[in-house]
Design a protein around this ligand. Structure first.
Ligand code: DGJ
Length: 690
C-alpha cells in the first residue's frame, strides 16, 4: 500500500515486511529517508524530526547519494542516473515537482524542467515487497539527447560496511557468484554486447558484510532488459551507497524528438531479511507471481537433439531419438539447429526458415506427427535475429544486417546480426515465424541468439530498437499462437533477465552440461532466478565439453534441480542406462511440483565435498532434497544436512525407505543420506508430512 502525507511531502510505500519512505525536500528533490523494515506512516513521519545533522562541508553537497532521482546539475558530482543534453547545449536539468498520481499499489511522481519543456515521470509499482520503478520522459521542446536514463536509483541506508554480490561468467561458465567489499567510487557492471550477456547479469545485492545464507538484511535490485545495460554501484566517501541501473551503455545516447516520449524498462528493488536465501526466494516468488507468463504450469520433461546430432539432422535419426525419449518419459521433443535451409554446418542457412528439402522432403509434418503420436509435444530451434552471409535472405537483403559504411562486417560463428530496428526487418521476422507456426503444429520454440553486436556504433535507434522489436515480435507471436511456449537461449545463458522472462517460459542456462560445473552455474543462477525457468540437460559421459566422466544418477540429480531435460545421444546408451534413466525421470515427475513451484533452500553451496538443495511445497506438506558428493576423502564422515522451514512438530515419511523423521530432528541434526561410497555420489530424498 502507498500512504501520502501531503503536509510533509512524504510517501510511504509498504509491502508486507518492508517500507520505502520518500520525502520531497525544499528543492523538490526526492530524498530517500528509509528503505528497510516496514514502518507505519507515523513512524515514517518521525524520520523527518530526526534527520542527522548535515555538518559543515563547504565543498560538497552533504545530501549527495540520498536521492532516488539524480539528474546532472547543481552540486551533483556523483553518478547521475538521468543525464540529458538540450538542443542549445545545456546539460543541467532543474526539475520541479509538478504533481502525483496514486492508486493502491501505484505511484507516479511527475517533474518538469524549470525552463525546457521536458517532463519526467517516476513510476513506482508495488508487488509485495518488490518495488518496480521506471521513468517516462516526455519532450515537447526541441529535440533532446538523452545520455542516460536509469530506470531507478536505489538508496541504501548507512550500514557498518558494504558488500556487493553479483554474478560474473563467460560462455559455458555463466552465473558464478562473486562477493566483494564494495570499493569507494563507482563499480560498473555492464553489457555492451546488445544482449544481456554471459559476462554479467543485470542484478546486484548489497549487505553490510555479515549476511549469510540464512540471516541478515539484503538490498537488491534487478533490471528487466535484454539488451545492453549498465548497473552502477556507487560508494561515496561519505558512506552513502546507491545502486543505479538502466538500459544502454556509454556512449550510446537516445534522441528524443519533439512530442516524443521515452519509457525505460523496469528496475525492481527489494529489501529482505533472512539472508541471501530469503532474498532469492523473494525474487523467485516475484517472478512466479508477477513476471512469468504461465508460471502456474508445470514445465514438461524435455529432450533436445543438439548434443546428440549436431548439424547432422535427419528425419529417421530424429524419429529414432524421439522414440527412445518417449520410452524414457520425455514429454517435449525439441529438434535443435540443422533442420532448415542449407544448414548442414554453421556457415550457411541462417535466415532461411524453411525445412531443408533434402532432409525433410515432405516438410516437418511427418516428424511432428510422429512426435505427437508418441504422446510428446514438438519443439523447434530457431535463431531468427541472425543471418549467414551464405543464405538466400542475405543474398536478397545484404543491407538488412547491422553494419556501417566503410567498416568491415565482423562475422562471428559465420553470422551477422539482423538490424531489427528497421521496420521492414521486424515485419519480415514476425511474418516468417508466424507462418512457420501457422503451417506446422509446433508447440515450443527454442529462440537462440548466438552472437553479440558489432559495428553498431553509438546509434541508439539500433541498440534500443533491436530489443523493442524483439519484445514486440515475441508479444505478437504469443498472442497469435497462445499455445506455443518459448525458451530463451543465447549460446546458453546469454539472455536471462526479467525482461525476457516476462515473454518466455524457460531459459537455456548454459551450453556447459557437465554436471559438476553445473552445480556452480545453478547455484549462481538461483540467486535471482527460480528453478521453474532453469533448463538443465542430462547429456553423455564423458561430457563433450569437459571430458569428465560422471555417473548417470549424479547427472540426473543435478538436472532435477531445475527443469529436467535430456540431451544425450540416446541411441548410444545401453539398455541398463535407458531403464535407469526412465526411473529417474519418473522420480523427477514426483517431485516436479516442489522444484518448479515450491520454495528453494540452498542447504550447502557447491565447492565443498558435499552440497545440497531443498525444495519445499508452498503448503509445507512435502519436501525434496538433492544431495551431491563430488569427491570422497578417506576417513572423512559426511556431516548431517539440517533441513529448513519444516514444521518441528510434524513427522515426515521418506517415500523411498518408509522411514519416519521428526521435523524437529531434521531441522536440528538434519538428514544423513546414504550415499554410495565413491566420488560423484548423489541422492534424492523425498519426504511427505504425515
Ligand atoms: C547455442 C545453444 O546454446 C545450443 O544449445 C544450440 O542450440 C546451438 N546454439 C545450436 O547452434
Amino acid at each position: 500500500m502507498i500512504h501520502h502525507d501531503s503536509e510533509h511531502r512524504l510517501w510511504v510505500l509498504s509491502g508486507p515486511s518492508s517500507s520505502y519512505v520518500l520525502h520531497l525536500d525544499d528543492a523538490d528533490r526526492p530524498r530517500v529517508l528509509h528503505w528497510g523494515p516496514r514502518f507505519t506512516p507515523e513512524q515514517a513521519a518521525s524520520l523527518l524530526l530526526r534527520l542527522p545533522p548535515l555538518g559543515f562541508r563547504p565543498v560538497e553537497d552533504p545530501l549527495e547519494g540520498s536521492f532516488d532521482l539524480v539528474a546532472t546539475g547543481g552540486l551533483c558530482y556523483g553518478n547521475a542516473g538521468l543525464q540529458v543534453r538540450f538542443a542549445d547545449g545545456t546539460r543541467d536539468l532543474e526539475l520541479v515537482y509538478t504533481g502525483q498520481r496514486r492508486a493502491d499499489r501505484e505511484l507516479v511522481l511527475t517533474y518538469a524542467d524549470r525552463h525546457y519543456p521536458l517532463a519526467v515521470e517516476c513510476h513506482y509499482r508495488l508487488h509485495g515487497d518488490v518495488i518496480e520503478r521506471h521513468l517516462v520522459l516526455r519532450n515537447e521542446g526541441e529535440p533532446v539527447t538523452v545520455v542516460r536514463a536509469d530506470s531507478a536509483t536505489w538508496v541504501l541506508p548507512r550500514l557498518n560496511g558494504y558488500r556487493l554480490s553479483s554474478v560474473r561468467g563467460q560462455w559455458g561458465a555463466e552465473t558464478r557468484v562473486h562477493r566483494t567489499e564494495l570499493p569507494y567510487g563507482e563499480t560498473v557492471m555492464t553489457s555492451r554486447r546488445g544482449v544481456t550477456s554471459h559476462q554479467a547479469n543485470p542484478w546486484a545485492m548489497v549487505d553490510d558484510g555479515t549476511a549469510g545464507e540464512e540471516h541478515g538484511a539484503v538490498y537488491s535490485c534487478a533490471l528487466a532488459w535484454s539488451g545492453s545495460w549498465r548497473l552502477t554501484a556507487q560508494r561515496l566517501p561519505t558512506e552513502r551507497v546507491t545502486l543505479s541501473a538502466g538500459f544502454g551503455h556509454d556512449p550510446v545516447t537516445w534522441e528524443l524528438g519533439t512530442g516524443e516520449e521515452l519509457v525505460t524498462p523496469v528496475c525492481a528493488g527489494l529489501y529482505t531479511e533472512g539472508g541471501f536465501g530469503a532474498a532469492s526466494r523473494a525474487w523467485h516468488d516475484h517472478q512466479l507471481r508477477h513476471v512469468l507468463p504461465h508460471a502456474g504450469e508445470l514445465r514438461p520433461v524435455l529432450y533436445n537433439s543438439w548434443e546428440a546430432t549436431g548439424f547432422d539432422v535427419s528425419l529417421d535419426g530424429q524419429i529414432r531419438l524421439a522414440e527412445s525419449a518417449a520410452r524414457m518419459g520425455v514429454e517435449l521433443f525439441v529438434v535443435d539447429d540443422g533442420w532448415f535451409g542449407a544448414r548442414t554446418h554453421d556457415a550457411a542457412g541462417l535466415g532461411d526458415w524453411y525445412p531443408n528439402p533434402r532432409r525433410f522432403p515432405d516438410g516437418l509434418g511427418p516428424l511432428i506427427d510422429r512426435v505427437h503420436e508418441l504422446g510428446m509435444l514438438f519443439g523447434l530451434w530457431v535463431e531468427p535475429e541472425m543471418v549467414n552471409p551464405d543464405s538466400d535472405l542475405y543474398r536478397a537483403h545484404p543491407d538488412w544486417v547491422i553494419h556501417r559504411p566503410h567498416r568491415r562486417r565482423t562475422e562471428h560463428r559465420n553470422q551477422l546480426v539482423l538490424d531489427l530496428s528497421r521496420p521492414e526487418v521486424g515485419d519480415w521476422l514476425f511474418r516468417t515465424l508466424d507462418e512457420l507456426l501457422a503451417k506446422n503444429a509446433i508447440d515450443f520454440l527454442k529462440w537462440d541468439m548466438n552472437r553479440p553486436f558489432t559495428e553498431a556504433g553509438p546509434d541508439e535507434r539500433l541498440w534500443l530498437g533491436h530489443v523493442q522489436t524483439l519484445y514486440d515480435v515475441l508479444d505478437r507471436l504469443r498472442a497469435a499462437h497462445p499455445h506455443v511456449r518459448i525458451e530463451s537461449c543465447s549460446s546458453g545463458g546469454g539472455r536471462v533477465d526479467l525482461g525476457i522472462l516476462r515473454r518466455t517460459d524457460q531459459v537455456w542456462t548454459s551450453d556447459n552440461t557437465d554436471a559438476l560445473d553445473r552445480l556452480d552455474i545453478q547455484h549462481g543462477f538461483s540467486q535471482l532466478y527460480p528453478a521453474r525457468v532453469m533448463g538443465a540437460w542430462v547429456t553423455d559421459s564423458p561430457n563433450p565439453y569437459t571430458g569428465r566422466e560422471i555417473p548417470l544418477d549424479f547427472r540426473f540429480h543435478v538436472a532435477m534441480a531445475g527443469l529436467l531435460s535430456i540431451g544425450g545421444a540416446l541411441t548410444e546408451w545401453s539398455q541398463a542406462e535407458l531403464d535407469r534413466a526412465a526411473e529417474l525421470v519418473a522420480d523427477y515427475k514426483r517431485i516436479r511440483p516442489l522444484v518448479q513451484h515450491g520454495r528453494q533452500h540452498r542447504l550447502l553451496p557447491p565447492g565443498g565435498e558435499l552440497s545440497a538443495v531443498q525444495y519445499l511445497a508452498s503448503d509445507g506438506a512435502e519436501t525434496a532434497v538433492l544431495v551431491f558428493r563430488r569427491a570422497r576423502r578417506f576417513g572423512h564422515a559426511d556431516p548431517g544436512i539440517p533441513l529448513r522451514a519444516l514444521d518441528p512438530r510434524a513427522r515426515y515419511r521418506d517415500t523411498a525407505t518408509g522411514e519416519v523423521h521428526h521435523g524437529a530432528v531434521l531441522l536440528a541434526h538434519g538428514l544423513f543420506p546414504e550415499l554410495a561410497p565413491g566420488d560423484y555420489a548423489s541422492a534424492l530424498i523425498h519426504l511427505i508430512r504425515e
